[in-house]
Design a binder for this molecule. Structure first.
Ligand SMILES: N[C@@H](CCC(=O)N[C@@H](CS)C(=O)NCC(=O)O)C(=O)O
Length: 206
């Protein structure tokens, strides 16, 4: 009997959507428990003590064990599936895109989406406001890099969809909510359509 899978999440979060999407594509049963990050529900003493001392969602609970970090949680779910390439170099290339997503993509695109769509630009702190222009440039650079890569191959690691495509889909497809014009990146938009056409795909429903 496989352990029960429970996702601690906020439905507005793209990092949480990655895990729901992977579970759907692989037809895995996933329970969900919602928290409101805007109300600080992941910063309570109970959450910090029991679920994630880092105070963030998503956290995938596997039986009695807690696994924070969206890409680690996705990796747990896809282990042994077709979303992981067989070839050794391709597996490393998949990881390259997943690490890149966390360093060069998500901190720019997801953060600006959060600030602009959920916090409101007029309610940003001084420190946040000072970071907006750099994050805009960083996000545009990330989208341009994705566009170049996807002009060469239909998916990030060649001809077949891998976990790298799924984790990068999550915040790329809502980049417009962060103030990025996706129409400027035609190879990216064609790739988004390919992912949305995968069997068992589910939308974010934010
Ligand atoms: N690197 C982490 C980032 C997690 C993260 O930033 N979570 C945000 C929502 S997407 C959060 O919980 N924010 C609430 C807070 O920091 O209090 C991951 O990929 O899971």
């Amino acid at each position: 009997m496989p352990p029960q899978l429970l996702l601690h999440e906020d439905p507005i979060s793209g990092n949480c959507y990655k895990i729901r999407l992977v579970a759907a594509l692989l037809d895995l049963p996933l329970e969900r428990r919602a928290y409101d990050i805007m109300a600080g529900e992941t910063r309570t003493e109970a959450f910090l003590a029991e679920v994630n001392g880092d105070g963030r969602i998503p956290v995938l609970q596997v039986g009695d064990d807690y696994l924070p970090e969206s890409n680690a949680a996705c990796f747990y779910l896809v282990d042994g599936s077709d979303l992981i390439p067989q070839d050794r170099f391709d597996r490393a290339a998949m990881l390259r895109w997943m690490f890149w997503e966390q360093y060069s993509h998500e901190p720019n695109i997801a953060t600006l989406r959060f600030w602009r769509r959920f916090v409101g630009e007029d309610r940003l702190s001084e420190v946040q406001r000072a970071q907006v222009a750099a994050k805009q440039r960083g996000g545009e650079a990330a989208l341009a890099q994705l566009d170049q890569a996807l002009a060469r191959t239909p998916f990030l690691v060649g001809d077949r969809v891998t976990l790298a495509d799924i984790v990068l889909y999550a915040y790329t497809h809502v980049a417009d909510e962060g103030g990025f014009a996706l129409s400027a990146y035609p190879s990216v938009t064609a790739w988004l359509d390919r992912i949305a056409a995968l069997p068992r795909f589910i939308p974010m429903n934010r």
